[in-house]
Design a protein around this ligand. Structure first.
Ligand SMILES: [Zn+2]
Length: 287
């Protein structure tokens, strides 16, 4: 709460608070995760590309539908800010907020990375997470969050009064602009809320404020996902490094990240096809 309440609690305050909590989107309503299919598909993989993301910078990469991507920690603990787009239509991009609402504040194996409205379909499915063991710690923190938005120079100026040009927002803009040969301002409109790969975060118990702590990631760890559609991705190696102390400055020790793309064996995807865009009529109450 931002400040003390102006009003007294009503006589039935305790009863109002005691009502049962209900999960907004019950997992029973979700399209099932076919673990056997993904396990079979990833059983034999051939690496088709590899890209290094320099510290405090970002790069774009392409992933054909039906391939797997690994974001790999190399050299030292480092957080990565990930954007995803439909490679053929940048207006369809990763929808961090709905992914959080459908799954949880932090994602891992079996969770989908959902796309923006009106498409709302799985763009990718997380298929392996070497940090899956972390779970929830005693601070209530988890890894790979879809809470934070990305560090950006506007918030930095607002809060610290300093100008910093290598926030993840700016890094992602430069990477997309270079990849698609578009002006920086045009690229900015396509940069969206991220999946914070390897970032360890939660909300404080007393004030429910967003906090971060040193990422448990170590070299060799990776987060793997399956591209459900043709993807364009961009990954920023956050200037916060392991995000244990600060970001949006040059104080933290930063390391590169690696993006590896793998193709499954011929025939391993038999019967699979990309999910269709959401089939809502788009009438929104207008006949
Ligand atoms: Zn960042």
């Amino acid at each position: 709460m931002a400040r003390p309440a102006e009003t007294m609690a009503p006589p039935d305050a305790a009863a109002r608070r005691r009502v049962k909590a209900v999960v907004v989107y019950p997992s029973g309503h979700m399209p099932p995760f076919d673990a056997a299919f993904y396990d079979r598909a990833r059983a034999e993989l051939t690496k088709i590309s590899e890209l290094t993301i320099p510290p405090r910078d970002a790069r774009a990469f392409s992933v054909p539908a039906g391939c797997f991507v690994r974001i790999v920690s190399v050299e030292g603990p480092q957080v990565g800010d990930l954007n995803l787009w439909n490679a053929h239509d940048l207006s369809e991009c990763f929808f961090s907020g709905k992914t959080r609402a459908l799954h949880a504040t932090h994602v891992s194996t079996g969770n989908r990375l959902w796309s923006s409205l009106p498409s709302l379909r799985p763009m990718a499915t997380i298929t392996y997470d070497t940090l899956g063991w972390y779970g929830w710690d005693e601070d209530g923190a988890g890894v790979h969050d879809v809470i934070g938005t990305r560090c950006d120079p506007y918030t930095n100026l607002l809060l610290k009064g300093t100008k910093y040009h290598h926030c993840c927002h700016s890094n992602l803009m430069r990477a997309l602009a270079a990849e698609r040969k578009m002006p920086l301002a045009e690229a900015e409109a396509h940069v969206h809320d991220v999946l914070n790969v390897f970032m360890c975060t939660g909300f404080t118990c007393d004030t429910h404020r967003y906090f971060m702590k040193a990422s448990p990631v170590r070299p060799g760890d990776y987060l793997e996902f399956f591209a459900e559609i043709d993807l364009l991705g961009a990954l920023s190696a956050c200037p916060g490094g392991d995000c244990s102390a600060s970001h949006s400055d040059d104080a933290a020790k930063c390391y590169p990240l690696s993006v590896e793309v793998y193709r499954p064996k011929e025939g391993a995807l038999a019967g699979w096809r990309s999910p269709r865009r959401n089939e809502y009529s788009l009438c929104h109450g207008i006949a």
